[in-house]
Design a protein around this ligand. Structure first.
Ligand code: SAH
Length: 213
């Protein structure tokens, strides 16, 4: 499977759609304009890769909608070299965006099939996360904490305490919170026990599930 001029053209159209929907971060738009999303999808969805939609991947999971990826990444305010934790590796598309922005990415996936597939696939495309972890994101990754930012890419019924605890001061947690529909929520750590919370619009994610599978 290749990345052709046709794919590049479709990606530019997708970038324009995201700009029209309000995404302004140039580095995020640049990453989405560069990363071959079609290579992260099952062959049956290749024609749809550059629509602004979520699509099924293996193990009943989904590759997030590009707008959602852009929105969450923008909220993380990444600077090159940031130590970042991602919960829900999935297809690895969001991971690739974070790598492209120069983040040192630790990515946790609870689904073994996806963990294996994506941790092999991403380096082949040239995206080198610091570490892929097969585990339960509810617990975060205490041995690598603190993180500059943490992104959760599955719908969390509540905010897991370990994730707040593993943020550095000034660090940012971007997490969709809710059962059927999720409210995108940003926590910024102001002090040891002090967090600023801001809520954004509604999104729909597959659920954040406990324990590995
Ligand atoms: N960013 C991914 C989103 C995949 S969907 C992409 O765009 O492809 C959400 C992912 O979170 C799924 O792969 C699911 O298996 C994973 N997940 C759900 N609960 C989890 C948990 N507790 N810990 C780690 N990963 C989890």
């Amino acid at each position: 499977m290749q990345d052709t001029f046709k794919h590049k053209g479709l990606r530019q159209q997708l970038v324009n759609i995201l700009v029209n929907k309000g995404i302004t971060d140039k580095a995020v738009l640049n990453a989405i304009g560069k990363i071959p999303r079609h290579l992260f999808m099952d062959s049956s969805f290749l024609d749809h890769a550059y629509q602004d939609k979520a699509f099924p991947i293996a193990a009943d999971q989904t590759i997030s909608q590009p707008y959602t990826v852009a929105f969450q990444t923008e909220l993380m305010e990444i600077t090159r070299g940031d130590k970042v934790l991602e919960i829900g590796t999935g297809s690895g598309y969001q991971t690739a965006v974070l790598c492209d922005l120069g983040a040192k990415v630790y990515s946790i996936e609870r689904q073994q099939e996806l963990f294996k597939k994506t941790s092999k696939f991403l380096p082949k495309l040239g995206f080198r996360a610091k570490k892929f972890i097969f585990g339960d994101g509810y617990k975060g990754l205490v041995e690598e904490a603190p993180f500059k930012s943490i992104i959760v890419t599955a719908g969390a019924p509540f905010v897991p305490k370990p994730l707040l605890a593993q943020l550095e001061i000034g660090g940012r947690l971007v997490i969709p919170v809710g059962d059927n529909v999720q409210t995108m929520t940003l926590f910024v750590r102001k002090g040891l026990k002090e967090f600023d919370k801001t809520e954004f619009g509604e999104f729909r994610f597959v659920p954040l599930l406990e324990d590995k599978n």
